[in-house]
Design a protein around this ligand. Sequence first.
Ligand SMILES: Nc1ncnc2c1ncn2[C@@H]1O[C@H](COP(=O)(O)OP(=O)(O)O)[C@@H](O)[C@H]1O
Ligand SMILES: O=C(CO)[C@@H](O)[C@H](O)COP(=O)(O)O
Length: 492
Amino acid sequence: MTYVIGVDLGTSAVKSLLVNRSGDVTASVSKSLSVQQPAAGHSEQNPDEWVEQTKASIQALLEETGIKAEEVESLSFSGQMHGLVLLDENGRPLRPAILWNDTRTSEQCETIRRTIGENELIEATQNTVLEGFTLPKMLWVQENEPEVWSRAASFLLPKDYVRYRLTGSMQMELSDAAGTLLLDVKGKTWSRTMQEGFNISASFCPPLIESHESAGTLTKEAAVQTGLHEGVNVIAGGADNACGALGSGITEPGEGLLSIGTSGVLLVPDHGEAVPDGRLHYFNHASKDQYYYMGVTLSAGNSLQWVKDNLFFDETIEQLVERASQVPAGADHLLFTPFLTGERTPYMDAGIRGSFIGLDIRHTRGHIVRAVMEGITYSLKESHEIILQQGFQIDSLVSIGGGAKSSFWLQMQADAFGCPVRKLAHEQGPGLGAAMLAAYGTGWFATLEECKKTFVKEGETFNPDPDQSLIYEQSFQAYKKIYAQTSPLKRS
Ligand SMILES: Nc1ncnc2c1ncn2[C@@H]1O[C@H](COP(=O)(O)OP(=O)(O)O)[C@@H](O)[C@H]1O
Ligand SMILES: O=C(CO)[C@@H](O)[C@H](O)COP(=O)(O)O
């Protein structure tokens, strides 16, 4: 038997999957990662911890299953997006990585907008600037740590850094490069406008590589440390949301991905015909010459986790979700906005914060949890609305992430979005997309579509209930008024 490995470098953990030729996940190992918050709005990780935990997860995978090194043909990656890993001339990190959910760069975003101009920015990159993207982080280092910047020779994104350390060969993969604000997404090249606008030399930006292309083989040291053989084919991989979509079979227009993990994502694929206006992210897909539109909620599952950790820590998430299911749709007029760490789509406001509106003496734990789950869902429905306004049709949604573990939440999603919501038979998140890139990239299948037919296994479908949909629609209209009302109250 031969296998591929898909590595998903997340924010809270790195998870490696061992997958056979039938697309069955034979084993998975997760190793946790720490996040540092040295100041308000700052979010950082140690890039070397990613490398060590990735190696440890692969080694554990081989040990647990007892398979031989020669049985693993190929390896690929999915990675948390946007994180800045600044490297010196020897390819060593100069400082901790600044992550996707770090919001220290509002001033730098303003500088970018002023320097390039909003319309020109969209023309050059097909995106607008957001705190989480990579270029504003570079400007922050230029301004606040000039000594570090003076020694910076290049940069990588999280999973590209891990791959570089395993292979010794430095490239940046396209679907991830799309989130730097330095890429001409449709042209698939580094943008001269952006490089010249901010003194980023061409040599600072690594060579680009497609998701399914081979990035080389393992170094002798990495082979010893992982237990794999040196000749294993290392395939570039993709951004976590691109891999999440691929692993859910979402590559063609007509279907959408709804992901509720730490963050939340509503994503639709595009063949390149879309004309981005900056309201949504527009990035390269992990499937060649395809793109996707995506709206992002910064604290989706994270909001439910926050309620569990800080308010109702004596119960499990499952118990809390059960309480929520006992309360009527609309949570008896209790509303919640999930802006705990600011918001991306649709408000693009790093300074806004969350709120409960309409608290009543009769409200219970169940109401609070239900309002939080509904608020997260409405936040993604706002992205859904923009996608529909752009002329996209969404016949059904595939729901993934921790939020798809609950049938109650899946039914709520179907009712609130007014379309069928499907779950996968064995949801493995973006790691399965990475494994698909490894399988296709190493030649197991002639096309990614063929690989999809073998690897993506459908599960249950949740159909919308029109009566419930009506209640959610009324509640959603009230939810949409909260941002404008609470925005004047935000801290400066
Ligand atoms: N049984 C459950 N029912 C509903 N939501 C859940 C359940 N378990 C976890 N979650 C949600 O899923 C989130 C984690 O999702 P996950 O996809 O594992 O996140 P990430 O990959 O970003 O770390 C948690 O923050 C929580 O809100
Ligand atoms: O910033 C984005 C997308 O633009 C996030 O989706 C990150 O890529 C990581 O999210 P989690 O998988 O940890 O929720």
